[in-house]
Design a protein around this ligand. Structure first.
Ligand code: M6R
Length: 364
């Protein structure tokens, strides 16, 4: 059942501290606290290139993973959505690894992309939530998300546990490839182990986010902005809002606003800025100021440092705990899920089963 929650989606949002913890524990050595390298059918040190393919929300996991693998494991990564990848004529490299991300393990576009990469001789790894699913069965190695059954059509806990598995995999690759110091690896592993506790703190903003959802519910459009790994989370926030509240929303790389979409800004369009105080923060500050100067109403989602720096320049802010930037995309997913959820409830849509959508898309 819904464990006392009004919708499965809300129950699943609130399960995240638990299921992220379960997923991490499957990778962490209880004795040392280090991320244990999952046993892989290839040597990560010898992989020339990674290809990551998925659809919808799972594709945004692939986008975050690209930043992580490139920065931390110094590995070039191509990402694509299933329906494009399978018909592109990709030149594959010998010894390449292709990773497929899917909650259901049955998404046809992702499955056919997997078969395409397999025919091209790539090693196939998948990150799947449903055991015994087709994608799991056809992979050389499956890394499971331990999210438990996800009933709401809008993906929430599957998304954050997919990010969690990716983060563990990135650390394992970085160690095998010698691209990370022991100290930094220990720091990142600790930051990851602390995500469940930090996620529980983030969820305490539920009431504040519910209050802001009233504003979004009255809007026709909304924009989500972020840079670096917050950019895919901006795309995820926009997808979630569209999917369940039927409000038009777009996610943009904050630096891309000035190349066109800033002309959309007026006081009727809420702009949700995802801005952890990381190396790119000052860049995001200028982007937010550009929006504010055009009477855009900004909701800033940041940490104490970010809110201290920018809070007076924006209309609303939500202060999340300060974390290592590496794990920020996992935590910044939660407020955008809650915002979409409460907006949909305010609009009275069918949150768990939005119109025109199926939980698992098994047609092309
Ligand atoms: O089961 P999958 O992870 O392969 O599903 C992929 C997408 O269809 C799915 O993530 C979809 O985008 C969600 N409904 C978004 O919330």
């Amino acid at each position: 059942g819904k464990a006392g929650h009004r919708h499965f989606m809300l129950k699943e949002i609130f399960e995240q501290p638990q299921v992220i913890g379960d997923t991490i524990n499957a990778f962490v050595s209880a004795s040392t606290g280090a991320i244990a390298l999952p046993d892989l059918p290839f040597d990560p040190a010898k992989v020339p290139r990674l290809t990551i393919v998925a659809c919808g929300t799972a594709y945004y996991v692939a986008m975050v993973a690209k930043y992580w693998f490139e920065q931390v494991a110094r590995l070039p990564v191509d990402v694509d959505i299933g329906s494009e990848f399978r018909y592109r004529d990709t030149p594959f490299e010998a010894g390449g690894v292709a990773i497929f991300v899917s909650q259901s393990g049955e998404t046809l576009d992702t499955l056919e992309a997997l078969r395409h990469a397999k025919r091209a001789g790539q090693h196939i790894v998948s990150i799947v939530n449903v055991p015994e699913s087709t994608i799991a069965r056809e992979s050389d190695r499956v890394l499971y998300t331990l999210a438990g059954p996800e009933i709401g059509v809008a993906s929430t806990k599957a998304f954050t546990t997919q990010l969690t598995v990716m983060a563990c995999l990135v650390l394992a690759f970085a160690r095998a490839r010698g691209t990370i110091s022991h100290e930094r690896e220990a720091e990142l592993a600790l930051a990851l182990r602390e995500v469940p506790a930090r996620a529980a703190e983030v969820l305490r903003h539920d009431d504040a986010i519910q209050a802001l959802a009233g504003v979004v519910a009255e809007s026709r459009d909304a924009l989500y902005l972020g840079r670096g790994t917050a950019y895919p989370i901006a795309l995820e926030g926009a997808l979630k809002l569209k999917e369940i509240s039927y409000i038009h929303a777009e996610g943009y790389a904050a630096g891309e606003m000035k190349h066109g979409p800033i002309s959309l800004i007026d006081d009727g369009v809420p702009v949700i800025a995802l801005a952890p105080s990381d190396a790119l923060f000052e860049k995001v500050v200028s982007n937010i100021q550009e929006v504010a100067a055009r009477s855009g109403r900004v909701l800033l989602i940041s940490d104490a440092d970010g809110v201290a720096r920018l809070g007076s320049k924006v209309r609303w802010s939500i202060e999340l705990p300060k974390v290592d930037p590496f794990v920020a995309p996992i935590l910044y997913s939660l407020p955008v899920q809650l915002l979409a959820y409460h907006t949909a409830v305010a609009k009275g849509t069918d949150v768990d089963q939005p119109r025109n959508l199926a939980k698992s898309v098994t047609v092309e």
